[in-house]
Design a binder for this molecule. Structure first.
Ligand code: ACO
Length: 327
């Protein structure tokens, strides 16, 4: 039997500062009721002071490494999935590698928005299938609060900051990552974008006056694509593994909107205790949402060896995909 990639430690870190819906009512024309009903979000964590993306990522990583019993110097690769890096160069992964003292490890960022953790695990899986001794750290980390326009009620109420991490290595046991399916459709990029601060647009006042340094989203359109892509990803993973919906022990979906999660739950006919939901506490943390959820579930003791876990995600790009795993 070939080796499989298995998660041996998880961690997460949320900034201490919590911003409630009631606080947002004072900033933009919105209401706790609208935000809860339309998105399911009650509060989100937001960075303050000198908290950066790499700071959140390092703290999540330390907890994952501790649980795994792996020293930073043993890591072979650090992958950080993020759309809000500390800076374009160096990568956030290099800053994390330095801060952890993981000096034997290669380090890279991947820019896949909300699907980043699934893409990151998929890359780790490929390395570990070749060499089961490898130890790989995959992090999803975001500081979205600095890339939303706090005057734009259609986006600022939705996003939050945070980081989640997982340490992977190989196993010969009948556990670990079973399948990964990655997808993208760049033709629809304009429905969800963050255009300034790259090199396509000049760093000039009129660009900033248009607010192009902030996330722009056509929410309704994105919603339609998200529900379709998440559902088709779930069926694709189940088909690849000959699973029926009854086989799924826990679904971890990207936490973008409670109505998307409820739609998915209904389509897959899953009971409440098989769909992990924490969007009410954190909002949409993009690449960090799935690893934060996984770490919460893991630390709550609700994951047991052999459980069949299904991960699905969707985000700007568009990107989407699935990962099936035996825990
Ligand atoms: N408070 C009060 N009213 C609001 C707010 C707000 N915060 N935001 C919008 N509204 C208003 C709108 O102006 C609109 O008013 P109108 O009818 O007078 O024009 C009305 O509420 C309805 O707005 P919609 O945009 O149609 O609201 P909808 O029910 O579609 O919910 C939402 C919006 C929550 C954004 C939803 O569309 C959604 O979740 N979309 C998908 C998000 C997603 O999956 N993103 C993917 C990943 S994110 C990433 O990749 C970074």
């Amino acid at each position: 039997m070939p080796s499989k990639a298995i998660i041996i430690g998880t961690g997460s870190h949320l900034p201490a500062r919590i911003v409630t819906n009631q606080e947002l009512e004072k900033i933009v024309e919105t209401s706790d009721e609208w935000i809860k009903t339309r998105s399911g979000i009650s509060e989100r964590h937001i960075v303050s002071g000198d908290e950066t993306n790499s700071f959140l990522a390092v703290n999540a990583a330390k907890k994952a490494l501790e649980m795994a019993g792996v020293a930073p110097g043993e890591l072979d690769l650090v992958i950080v999935a993020t759309l809000t890096p500390d800076m374009p160069m160096p990568s956030t992964a290099c800053l994390v590698q330095k801060e952890l003292g993981a000096l034997k490890a290669g380090a890279m960022d991947i820019s896949v928005t909300c699907s980043g953790f699934i893409y990151g695990l998929s890359i780790a899986d490929k390395f570990i299938r070749d060499n089961r001794k490898m130890k790989i750290l995959v992090i999803g980390s975001e500081v979205l609060s600095k890339r939303v326009d706090w005057q734009d009620r259609t986006t600022c109420v939705l996003f939050g900051d945070g980081a989640g991490a997982a340490v992977l290595t190989g196993t010969m046991e009948d556990r670990g990552i079973l399948s990964t399916h990655l997808h993208a459709d760049g033709t629809l990029w304009e429905l969800l974008s963050l255009q300034a601060l790259g090199t396509a647009l000049p760093l000039e006042p009129d660009i900033f006056a248009q607010g192009l340094q902030y996330i722009k989203m056509q929410g309704k359109e994105v919603f339609k694509h998200a529900v379709r892509a998440l559902e088709s990803s779930a069926w694709e993973a189940m088909k690849a593994n000959s699973w029926q919906t009854d086989d799924i022990d826990m679904l971890f979906s990207h936490q973008a909107n409670i109505r998307i999660l409820e739609f998915l739950q209904e389509r897959l006919r899953l009971p409440d205790d098989k769909v992990f939901i924490n969007i009410h506490k954190y909002g949409n943390t993009s690449a960090a949402s799935i690893p934060i959820a996984l770490d919460e579930a893991n630390r709550q003791g609700i994951l047991h060896p052999g459980m069949k876990l299904l991960f699905v995600a969707f985000g700007g790009g568009f990107t989407w995909g699935s990962l099936a795993m035996r825990w």
